[in-house]
Ligand binder design. Structure first.
Ligand code: 5AD
Ligand code: SF4
Length: 485
């Protein structure tokens, strides 16, 4: 009965998947594109922007790469393994290209940005290389590639947010959608390649975010997840002179600063029937104001992804995370105080440079303290160009990294089960997302706290997008099972 694993060694788990989001009539489009996305939610969200740009150029989507004129891979660089997966996939496309040389192959995203034109030397079959801030130039790059030239644009931007582009929802369930609210990252965590691949942080225009959320709600969507590398540093000053400075849900907004708490509130005000989630928060930046805003609106989900990375203050310093073990603990306490029952999840890295057994034990201890409902857990993978790669030796042997990771996974598995056991007998408001993958007789949905709940459809006429109340009667480590009440 596992819908999703709540505890996973998350190595590009949600990779692959091709999409056929819009009309499949072969006569409607002159050319077809196929796109696969790897890595974080931001990448999946970017692929929807790319789909929109391509559809305006007359491209239709296909789920079958063998019939595509343009094959795109939206890539991730966060760990070495993510890059290896993409390389492997490219060798499969190489065979296809031999039989159909006119097929164009493009690499998008973080790996494109990291390797730039080196990609074209290393992978000769690739025709197009486009970084995360250059998707608007895809049509020109495709035209160049059609003419036999290689097309490369990896310029990073200080202001590109694709604010005016209405994403085409790919592989959507029609109920939940991601909305990108900012791009880039200024944090400079020493292990992380993101500041180099996605550039400086910038916030998207508040009106365009609210319009996208309103449009989604009008189209029947019931949940939006506001996405950014560090959502708590969202900061936007609406333009006083803009022709339309009104904001849905708050026509009287005064020109002034919109911070993340205010943005959350404005999105929540669109409708009480629209659930609001967000990811990712940085422990140093999430404010009481955000927590109080969450408490104030029932439709803001009580769930926070609060990456720890390490429970040792010494490690956190080397990681350049700008908080200590004690600071993190006080954040967790604050969340529990203002939002009792709030779901909390984490990202954890095992075996960062110089990590001792004592540092590792600090991480395990902190997991027990925070009682995470779920974590994404990794062992450290050195990335070229990062601060850690330049400053510290990657000195923890692979076997030790793996053993520590395994211990972290074991603690998390137990914590996830304990967290689910605590929910037995409780009733949750659940948004139905889809039929259970395991059974046509069951619905699958989520609680506000982000727990997956599966329950029998019974004789009810409910459908995806409906809110129901479900009483939990059983659980596994990953899933709650219940009955409609
Ligand atoms: N090695 C292992 N894990 C990493 N992450 C980021 N960079 C690395 C790396 N070099 C993890 C962090 C981050 C998550 C998205 O990926 O835990 O929060
Ligand atoms: Fe991977 Fe990070 Fe790029 Fe997302 S932003 S695709 S996680 S490297």
């Amino acid at each position: 009965m596992f819908e999703v694993a709540t505890t996973k060694v998350h190595d590009e788990a949600r990779q692959g998947e091709a999409y056929a989001p819009f009309d499949n009539d072969p006569n409607l489009y002159q050319r077809r594109f196929y796109i696969e996305s790897y890595g974080c939610q931001m990448n999946f969200s970017d692929s929807e922007i790319v789909a929109s740009i391509l559809s305006a150029e007359g491209f239709g989507a296909t789920r079958n790469f063998e019939e595509a004129d343009l094959i795109l891979l939206n890539t991730c660089s966060i760990r070495e393994k993510a890059e290896q997966t993409v390389r492997k996939r490219l060798t499969e496309f190489r065979k296809l290209k031999k039989g159909r040389p006119s097929t164009l192959i493009g690499v998008l995203g973080c790996m494109a940005e990291r390797l730039k034109s080196k990609f074209l030397e290393e992978e000769k079959l690739v025709d197009i290389v486009v970084g995360p801030d250059a998707y608007r130039t895809l049509p020109q790059l495709i035209a160049e590639a059609d003419g036999g030239q290689k097309g490369v644009n990896v310029l990073l931007s200080r202001d590109e947010t694709y604010a005016d582009i209405s994403p085409i929802r790919l592989n959507s369930n029609g109920i939940t959608a991601f909305v990108s609210i900012m791009r880039g990252c200024n944090n400079m965590c020493s292990f992380c390649v993101v500041p180099f691949t996605r550039g400086r942080e910038r916030s998207r225009n508040v009106q365009s975010i609210l319009k996208e959320c309103q449009d989604l709600f009008d189209a029947g969507y019931k949940e939006v997840t506001l996405l950014g590398q560090n959502v708590d540093s969202y900061y936007f000053v609406p333009d006083e002179t803009a022709v339309d400075n009104t904001i849905p849900g708050d026509p009287a907004i005064k020109p002034g600063v919109v911070n993340f708490a205010r943005l959350l509130e404005l999105v929540a005000l669109i409708s009480p029937d629209l659930r609001v989630r967000f990811s990712t928060s940085h422990p140093k930046d999430i404010t009481d104001e955000v927590l109080h805003t969450m408490a104030k609106y029932e439709n803001i989900c009580k769930y926070i992804h609060l990456p720890l990375q390490s429970g040792s203050t010494r490690m956190l310093q080397l990681m350049n995370r700008s908080y200590t073990r004690e600071w993190y603990m006080s954040k967790v306490e604050r969340i529990r105080e203002i939002l009792p029952g709030c779901g909390i999840s984490s990202d954890i890295i095992a075996g960062f440079c110089t990590e001792t057994e004592e540092d590792h034990r600090d991480t395990l201890d902190m997991m027990e303290f925070a009682r995470y409902d779920m974590s994404y857990m990794f062992f450290y993978s050195e990335r070229p160009g990062t601060l850690a790669q330049r400053r510290y030796e990657d000195d923890i042997p692979l076997e030790i990294k793996k053993r520590r990771l395994q211990e972290i996974v074991e603690v998390q598995n137990r914590l996830s089960l304990e967290s689910n056991l605590k929910d037995l007998g409780k009733t949750f408001k659940v948004l139905i997302e889809a039929e259970s993958k395991k059974s046509k007789e069951h619905w699958m949905g989520r609680s506000g706290e982000n727990k997956v709940i599966v329950f029998p459809k019974g004789s009810s006429n409910y459908k995806p997008g409906d809110y129901v109340h479900v009483k939990v009667s059983e659980c596994t480590q990953a899933t709650l099972l219940g009955e409609l009440v």
